[in-house]
Ligand binder design. Structure first.
Ligand code: ZN
Length: 128
């Protein structure tokens, strides 16, 4: 079975590695994928830990977890990645995340900005 993020690997060999090491990914795309998997698993702690402290929505954590559990996740499509490699300190990942909510298919289309601090990638928020 493929990982929740859609990679052709098992969850154990893919996003679980990052879920267990608190988000120490090599690339921004890996962090983005592992955060999508964390939404699928409604893992609020991981979503907060990998969200940059300057924009971390700690007060919304409960609501985010509740919402993540209330929808049925369908799939993630990574459309484009700009920078975000091992040698970068910032990156942008554009993606579509599909889910069922109240019986309808919905999609989050987002261009996400990531930054690397102390050798660890963090989700910053929407890119300009
Ligand atoms: Zn994965």
């Amino acid at each position: 079975m493929n990982c929740h993020c859609g990679n052709d690997k098992t969850y154990k060999a893919c996003c679980e590695v990052f879920h267990l090491n608190n988000g120490k990914t090599e690339t921004a795309e890996q962090l983005m994928r592992s955060r999508y998997s964390a939404f699928v698993l409604a893992d609020g702690n991981y979503l907060m830990a990998t969200h940059h402290s300057s924009t971390r929505p700690i007060k919304e954590k409960k609501a985010i977890v509740k919402w993540a559990k209330s929808v049925q996740w369908i799939k993630l499509e990574v459309l484009e990645t700009t920078k975000g490699s091992q040698n970068d300190t910032e990156g942008i990942v554009t993606f579509n995340a599909y889910f069922f909510e109240n019986g309808n298919v919905d999609v989050i289309h987002e261009k996400s900005a990531f930054v690397k601090e102390n050798d660890q990638w963090f989700y910053l928020g929407l890119s300009q």
